[in-house]
Design a protein around this ligand. Sequence first.
Ligand SMILES: [Zn+2]
Ligand SMILES: [Zn+2]
Length: 411
Amino acid sequence: MGALQTIALAILGFSAFVFVALFGRLPFFRKTPIGFLYRTIWIYIPNGISYLDSCLFGGYILSCWNRAGNYVFYENHPLVLIFFTSLLLVGELIFIPSAWPRVSMIHRVCIPIAIGLPYIFLYFSVVCKSFITLENHDQEMKRYPYDKVIFQPGHRCTTCDFVKPARSKHCSYCKGCISRQDHHCIWLMNCVGLNNYHYFLSLLLSLSVMLTYGSFIGYSLLSQTLDKLIPRNHPVRTKKQSWTTFFNICAAVIASDTSIGGITMLMLMTAPLAFGFLVYHVYLIWAGMTTNESAKWSDWKDDVADGIAFKLVGGHKRRDSASEPAEIKSSWPVMSDQVLVFTNGEPPKKGHRIGKGSNEVLQPRDSNAEVDARFVQVKSMRELDNIYDLGFWNNLRHVFGFPVGRRSFRT
Ligand SMILES: [Zn+2]
Ligand SMILES: [Zn+2]
C-alpha cells in the first residue's frame, strides 16, 4: 500500500510537473499560480542555481550544464521523441500480451487499430515539413493576407533573407521560416505548421482515444481480477467501506495483476495530458488562431485591458486594403479593413504618425495637440476582428486542407 501510494503520487507529481512545464507558458495562465510555477521552473530556479554556482564554483558547473542544456533545449534533437515512443512501445508490450487472451474478439479487432493509428499520425507529423523556401516563397506570400494587427507587411526574416509571409514564423530549432507556424513541438522534433497540423490534431485525437480505450479495457480486466480475489457477495463489497479499505482493495488488485494494473494507472494519469492538448487545439481552431498567434492576441488583450488600444472608426478604410493583390483576394475570404493602434497611454492626437511596420502611435511633439476624434478606445476584445477566423467549421475545413467558401465566413 505504502509503495503503491508513493508510485501513484510520483506519477501524479510528474504529470503535474510536465503540465506546468509545457502549458505554463500559455497566455491563459500568465497571471495564475500555474504561470508563476512555470516561471519558477524556467527562470527563478535556474537564476538561483546560476548565482550559487558563480559564488561557489566560479561558474564551472553552469558552463557544463549549459553545454548539455543548449543541446537539450536549443538543438533539434530526438531525445523526447525517443522517450515518447519508448514509453508507448514498452507500455504496449507489457499490457497487450497480458490482456490479449482475456479480451473478446471485437477488442482483438479494435486494439490493433487503436494502437496503430497514433504511430501512423506520429510518423506523418514528424516527416511533414512546412518550410518556406526561395522556391515556394511567391506562393506562400499569396496564401494569407496581412491583417496588419498581428502580422505586418514588409517584415524580413534576416536568416532566410526574404519578406515574411503572413502567419509564418522563423523557427530557430528547425532553422527556417514555417508556413502558418503553430509551435515548435519538441515531442515531434518538428514545427507544427501548415502541412502537418491536421496530422498533429489526428495524433492528439488518436492518443486520447487509445488512452481512454486502454483505460476502459484495463478497468474491465481489473474488475475480473477483483471478482476472483473478492467475490461480489462478500461483505467487503456489499457494505459501504472507508477510503482506506477502498485503496487497500485497489492495491491488492493491482498487486495481483501488475502488468494490467500498472499500465492502466499510467494511461489514466497521461490521458488528461493528451486530452488537455486536444481541447486546447480545438479551442484554437474555434478561435481561428495558431498557438503563435494566441500569444500575439494576448499582447493586444493586455493593451486593451491597459486602455492603450485604439481603433479608427467612421468608415475610414485602411489606405492599403484596396491594393491587396488579386491572388490573395481570391484565395482568402476576408481582407483587413480595421486600423488598430496602441499608444503611450493617451489617445492618438492630431498629427500623430503610426510606426513603420508596427501599430505603435508616435504622438506629435506638440504636447497640446488636440485628440484625434477618429480613434476610439477599444474596451473589449470583441470589438476586434480576426480575419483568419472564418467560423469553427470553416477553420476546421481549412486546417484539413479543404477550400473555404468566399461567402461562408462569419460576419
Ligand atoms: Zn526565416
Ligand atoms: Zn521548429
